[in-house]
Design a protein around this ligand. Structure first.
Ligand code: SF4
Length: 390
């Protein structure tokens, strides 16, 4: 089968050995588009924001989140199967494509706080990153401004989390996540609020508690505060090694449709906020999600990603992951070749400007499991060049 890089998706050697890095990159791009059928146990996560309804896997050592619960995933030509030696692998048409190490249920999930709250309701483990939505409400939720791709209220309604996590609870869980399950960082996000800081101070205080207790690097995520001086306060709290301030799409027409509240904030406000944030946290330690597959203009998207890179912002380009219960639950992820073309162009520019995921230190841009851009970027260093343009 011809993959998105224009060659066989997983060209093993004669002995069925390790697939080439380009083949692994191509496989991940495709899996994140069409999903994976699962005939083996795998740790999954349902509801909420981020890698929801996804299997969390290590594919040939690369961390990946893959849709496994959607209708499309159940029809996927790719299937995860157990192997005789106790391992697992991905197959297509009976052909073994890649070895998989799944994440097991984290040990810390069996613990509860002194006041009886299970640790897993406070923070989840996404592969090797502890992740929590510290305030599980958003002023946009259930209004005309609700982001159409978001599921922040879904997991709350399902009772799988609590509405507000305290710094003390998060600190306690972070120590267990690090010691029992090897978490290497913490990603803390929050729903937006109507307060001038949009909730940034509280998530920063949570980050500080986590850092003090576990010494894990922390990324905090929040919407642009009303006043840029608030960023200085947030930085002074000392609870964040990196920040995510997510515009989600650079196409103004798409943003107005999928995230009207963010559209009113305005894309230029995101750029102004990022510039100040980069002055405080440093280049590469400020990131934004850039979601593909919501009808955006690809050329405009690539150009705006380049502009973000120029000011030191890491554009974390990801395919749409439709969240069950969200307003876009019936959408499908974009075709792999579409995402791949944008990955190549943005990755090439990042390489040219000396930016990589290694600069991110903590959070989504450090983890990279929801995107394949970080598997594409090293291919540029070994002589491959973008073989497609938008
Ligand atoms: S701002 Fe949008 S994406 Fe963020 S929590 Fe609110 S509705 Fe969800």
């Amino acid at each position: 089968m011809t993959g998105v890089l224009g060659h066989e998706t997983a060209p093993h050697d004669e002995q069925g050995g390790t697939p080439a890095p380009a083949a692994v990159a191509a496989l991940i791009v495709e899996l994140q588009s069409v999903g994976l059928r699962v005939d083996a146990d795998v740790e999954t996560r349902t509801g909420g924001a981020g890698p929801t309804d996804a299997g969390m896997l290590w594919i040939e050592g690369v961390p990946v989140t893959v849709p496994v619960r959607t209708e499309e995933a159940r029809r996927s030509p790719y299937v995860l199967r157990p192997e005789d030696d106790g391992g697992r692998a991905i197959y297509r048409d009976g052909r073994r494509l890649a070895a998989v190490a799944g994440s097991r249920r984290p040990r810390y999930y069996d613990r509860t706080t002194a006041d009886g709250i299970p640790y897993w309701k406070i923070a989840l483990l996404h592969l090797d990153s502890m992740a929590s939505t510290v305030v599980q409400t958003c002023n946009y939720w259930n209004t005309a401004d609700q982001c159409r791709f978001c599921g922040i209220g879904v997991s709350l309604a399902a009772g799988s989390t609590i509405v507000k996590k305290t710094p003390e609870q998060l600190a306690e869980v972070s120590v267990a996540a690090k010691e029992l399950d090897g978490a290497v960082d913490a990603t803390l996000t929050t729903g937006s609020s109507t307060a001038p800081d949009r909730g940034a101070r509280y998530v920063a205080r949570c980050g500080r508690a986590v850092k003090d207790a576990s010494e894990l690097p922390v990324e905090i995520q929040f919407e642009p505060p009303r006043d840029l001086s608030i960023l200085d306060e947030v930085h002074d709290i000392g609870g964040a090694d990196a920040v995510g301030i997510h515009v989600e799409t650079f196409d103004p027409q798409v943003l107005a449709h999928v995230a009207p509240g963010k559209a009113r904030t305005g894309i230029e406000t995101y750029f102004r906020t990022w510039e100040r944030a980069v002055e405080l946290w440093g280049p590469g330690r400020v990131s934004t999600y850039v979601i593909l597959g919501m009808g955006e203009d690809p050329e405009l998207t690539v150009q705006a990603c380049r502009r973000a890179v120029d000011i030191g912002v890491y554009p974390f380009v990801v395919p749409l992951r439709p969240v069950a219960g969200s307003l876009m639950e019936d959408w499908a992820p974009p075709p792999g070749p579409y995402s791949n073309r944008i990955y190549w162009q943005v990755a090439a520019y990042m390489s040219q400007r000396g930016m990589s995921a290694a600069d991110a230190v903590a959070g989504c841009a450090r983890c990279q499991a929801c995107s394949a851009i970080n598997t594409v970027q090293p291919l540029l260093q070994i002589g491959r060049r973008p073989d497609a343009t938008v």
